[in-house]
Design a protein around this ligand. Structure first.
Ligand code: ADP
Ligand code: MG
Length: 278
């Protein structure tokens, strides 16, 4: 995360971030705005409702507040206006740890720990690492294609493999809500396409609700069931577009439906940029 530290300390038990299982949206944002202590207005009037099982991309230009929005949803930062409600776990109770997984743009691995120990981190923080937890780590590493690399250290891995460890670490607790902040932006094109497919397979098998931040039109269309297009800062949502392409998506990149959707999304993004300049 860039910029100065946010004055708000992390707190997942904020009054409006309480558990409530059921059919209601998993994330509900109403009139959300964020003005930093510096006076900078990052977000304004965000309206967003995310249903369980959706794969939603937040697409917008650099600096429009995507990371800020994701941090608010994760409970790492509070909005200065409006409300953010995340419904996970039991009604009225604080969200149990591990129900939200967060993947940053940088894999943020511990260089002194091997792959298995890095992926195990959420359990170590929670103070429980037994046989069941080790099984879950092994399963998550298998799911991201890293079986056999448990003993390797981060410096022995490629950029794509390091990102896979980071995704495995977010998956070990089997989160209902997976937040990813431009996880593939620093990777080469070929690795990025492969990881797109891996992420899609994970979503298709485990069906977490995914919020995926990106500034790539092509990536957002390939991955998502829905795309929220954001305006330049202060960010707000200017278009909310369902992606009607069928799953599995392998092969979709050459389909006419994919090309047409990319054109629609590019148009919405272009309009947001033009409106901001006028
Ligand atoms: P994005 O992820 O879309 O690139 P960010 O959410 O990181 O955008 O940032 C939105 C704006 O808020 C940027 O202008 C950024 O410099 C600013 N910003 C981010 N974090 C802070 C902070 N803690 N304090 C002050 N300004 C910040
Ligand atoms: Mg960002």
């Amino acid at each position: 995360m860039r910029g100065l530290p946010d004055p708000t300390p992390p707190n997942l038990s904020l009054p409006d971030v309480v558990g409530s299982a059921g059919t209601e949206p998993i994330v509900q944002l109403h009139g959300v705005g964020k003005r930093f202590a510096s006076g900078l207005e990052a977000l304004d009037g965000i309206e967003l409702s995310v249903a369980r099982g959706e794969f939603l991309s937040l697409l917008g230009p650099s600096g429009c507040g995507k990371s800020t929005l994701l941090r608010i949803i994760a409970g790492l930062s509070e909005p200065t206006r409006g409300t953010c409600r995340v419904s996970l776990g039991e009604p009225g109770k604080p969200i149990p740890s591990g129900r939200i997984g967060f993947v940053f743009q940088d894999p943020t691995l511990m260089p002194w720990s091997n792959v298995a120990a890095n992926a195990e981190l959420p359990f170590r923080i929670a103070g429980r690492v037994g046989a069941e937890e080790r099984d879950r780590v092994a399963a998550a590493l298998r799911a991201v294609g890293l079986a056999g690399f448990e003993g390797a250290y981060p410096h022995q891995l490629s950029g794509g493999m390091r990102m896979r460890v980071s995704i495995a670490r977010a998956l070990v607790t089997d989160p209902e809500l997976l937040l990813l902040d431009e996880p593939f932006a620093a990777l080469d094109e070929i690795t990025r396409l492969a990881l797109n497919d891996d992420l899609l397979r994970l979503w298709e098998t485990r069906r977490p609700t995914v919020l995926f931040v990106t500034h790539s039109v092509f990536e957002s269309v390939y991955l998502s069931t829905r795309i929220a297009v954001m305006s330049p800062r202060p960010g707000h949502i200017v278009a909310d577009l369902p992606v009607a392409l069928p799953h599995p998506r392998e092969g979709a990149r050459t389909s006419p439906g994919y090309a047409a959707m990319c054109e629609t999304v590019s148009g919405a993004l272009g309009m947001a940029m033009t409106d901001a300049r006028t």
